[in-house]
Design a binder for this molecule. Structure first.
Ligand code: GTP
Ligand code: SPV
Ligand code: MN
Length: 597
């Protein structure tokens, strides 16, 4: 009798015939399998044991030093027509791409085991979840996929029921950067990745499937796959509002998702619930609201900067059963990174004796992998098959000047423009970006599987009769003063800004209308117990008209790059905003007066 697994079995046989592994192992996701894999990796040196008294079940992995982050130039979207991938992506014709990468896959698993990993992105029983199968020759990838996804027998059973899955084929190859490709074939629901064992290049459920392929599918199916955290904010009345926020890589998603409220807020009964820290799939519900699920089951978070001061929940969740990649170690064999505490590392991320002359002890993009449920603020709603209703959508980036702490978009179309104009200083999360500030619409520049022009149109299409859409905001935690220090304390204190947003959502406070959007009245932002520098709040909430005129011009030039795929509504919105801004001079701003009162 034909089974819905026939296609999967055939594909696995084909890949094995090409790559020639010594063995094929189908992952069941069991404890026994995980233990055996850990043993194997400890023997091969893929994993090193960390201090098992302070960190039971924790291991260190050191990557090849040439393989420490995503590489965007070799990350391709291979649609039939180049224009469908858009100017936001690197493109290659599918036939040429398959040929190139298949030649590298030829015989590449000789002497190795080929692992077949069935996985589910999203709660196993959710109608919004989607399955995939990753084939890989890296046991480190298997161990990470086990933490990051619902992997093994249950996922295979769902695939057998549905007969539908995304195909991901991965080999670390020789790890030679000159022979590295991360290719996506959205029209074939297929991913082929060769030559990297690192994070988003190799854990194919994450950026490759849950963003690039999923965003492509989402467009035709009427939903959104976004680079967003999902956090629940519970107020003293016990009401929980969920916020989804898109910040580019290494710009604060994990931190915001698990923030600890400032002391006064804690006393008053505020609580924070973590649903997701990186990826969010959004679908309109029957009631017109947008509902979000986190397709992931773990966090692959940035280590440097994580400490008891900045992110105590993360420190707590990392004291057992975690994989650390490219961090340093202390004399006690504890994992260590810059910003953790004032102990001294003894070995750096490459295993060398620590010498400050060699740079940071932990790689700036060093990471931890840990099960979501280990986070003290983990929300059981992360398992809700229907997802959580979204009250606010937030965009933000790292901007040391110009961009205010927070502003609200006038409406959905304006919000889409605000998202489309998002820009950020670049970070260590990708190695080859090479500019200081780049446009990163909706924080999806490296992750959208199709033309951004079409993507903006898809976003706009959610504004339809009977929709009850969330408000859209823009934030910037990274504004600096003339002394080069951050003006805003950030981290837990960001809850003050989220509280302002929720007041706006509930109609509990007004705002200052400006051409770029609605700015807070200074007195509506709770700064009790904060010690901001003199004039800091004024700067954080001011509209710098001159600078914004240049910013909107830059946004316009950027968006023009999408030619006739750019929706006319966005062009019109930007034009109106620019016209309104022409009439504003710095001294006429009500905001400055409000902020200094
Ligand atoms: P990816 O996992 O790459 O997508 O990163 P992310 O967006 O989850 O960023 P993450 O929360 O890991 O933060 C990245 C870096 O920014 C860390 O070094 C943090 O310590 C720092 N950071 C996060 N939030 C804040 C903030 O509110 N203020 C300041 N100054 N730094 C922050
Ligand atoms: C990011 O860069 O946004 C990450 C890390 O979350 S990776 O999985 O490598 O993409
Ligand atoms: Mn991310």
């Amino acid at each position: 009798m034909p089974s819905k697994l026939d296609a999967l079995n055939r594909w696995v046989d084909e890949v094995a015939a090409r790559t020639r592994p010594d063995r094929v192992h189908w992952c069941d996701g069991s404890e026994a399998e995980s233990r055996a894999l850990t043993e194997l990796m400890l023997k091969s040196g893929d994993l090193l044991e960390l201090n098992q008294h302070t960190h039971p079940g924790c291991y260190l992995h050191r990557s090849d030093p040439r393989d420490v982050a995503r590489v965007e130039k070799v990350t391709l979207i291979c649609t039939k027509n180049e224009i469908d991938a858009g100017p936001n992506n690197h493109w290659m014709a599918p036939a040429e791409a398959h040929k190139k990468i298949d030649a590298l896959f030829d015989g590449c698993m000789r002497g190795r085991t080929m692992y077949v990993i069935p996985y589910c992105m999203g709660p196993l029983g959710s109608p919004y979840a989607r399955c995939g199968v990753e084939i890989t020759d890296s046991p480190y990838v298997v161990a990470n996929m086990r933490i990051m996804t619902r992997m093994g027998t249950a996922a295979l059973e769902r695939i057998e029921r549905e007969g539908r899955f995304v195909r991901g084929q991965h080999s670390i190859g020789t790890l030679d950067p000159a022979q590295r490709w991360i290719m996506h074939f959205p029209e074939e629901l297929t991913i082929k990745s060769y030559g990297s064992g690192y994070g988003g290049n190799a854990l194919l459920g994450k950026k490759c499937h849950a963003l690039r392929i999923a965003s492509f599918q989402a467009r035709s199916e009427g939903w959104l796959a976004e680079h967003m955290l999902i956090v629940g904010i519970e107020n003293p009345r016990g009401e929980i509002h969920y916020i989804a926020a898109a910040f580019p890589s290494a710009c604060g998603k994990t931190n915001l998702a698990m923030l600890i409220p400032p002391e006064g807020y804690r006393r008053d009964g505020w609580k924070v619930w973590t649903v997701g820290d990186d990826i969010c799939w959004i679908t309109p519900g029957k009631d017109g609201r947008l509902y979000a699920i986190n397709p992931e089951a773990g966090y692959f978070g940035v280590a440097p900067g994580t400490s008891n001061k900045t992110n105590p929940n993360a420190v707590k969740m990392l004291d057992h059963d975690a994989i650390f990649t490219n961090v340093a170690v202390t004399a006690d064999n504890d994992p260590w990174w810059e910003g953790l505490d004032d102990r001294k590392p003894v070995r750096d991320w490459q295993g060398r004796d620590y010498d400050p002359a060699n740079g940071p002890a932990a790689h700036p993009n060093s990471r931890f992998t840990v099960r979501a449920t280990q986070c003290p603020s983990w929300s059981p709603e992360a398992e809700n098959p229907e997802g959580v209703p979204i009250s606010a959508i937030v965009f933000g980036g790292r901007r040391k000047s110009l961009v205010p702490l927070v502003f609200e978009a006038r409406d959905w179309t304006h919000g889409v423009l605000v998202g489309a104009g998002l820009a950020s200083e670049t970070t260590a999360a990708a190695t080859d970006v090479g500019v200081n500030i780049r446009r990163d619409p909706m924080a999806m520049k490296p992750f959208c599987g199709y033309n951004f022009g079409d993507y903006f149109a898809h976003w706009l299409s959610f504004d339809r009769p009977n929709a009850r859409l969330p408000k859209i905001f823009h934030v910037n935690w990274f504004r600096k003063g003339q002394d080069g220090k951050f003006l805003w304390p950030g981290f837990g204190d960001n809850l003050r800004v989220l509280e302002w947003m929720l007041k706006r959502v509930n109609g509990e406070c007004g705002a200052v209308e400006t051409p770029i959007g609605l700015l807070p009245h200074a007195e509506d932002l709770n700064t009790d117990g904060l010690h901001l520098a003199d004039g800091a709040l004024n700067t954080l909430l001011a509209l710098e008209a001159e600078g914004w005129r240049a910013e909107l011009q830059a946004i316009g030039e950027y968006l023009d790059g999408y030619g006739d795929r750019l929706p006319q509504d966005l062009r019109d919105e930007l034009k109106n905003e620019r016209t309104a801004l022409e009439d504003v001079n710095e001294s006429s701003l009500p905001q400055k007066k409000a902020a200094t009162l």
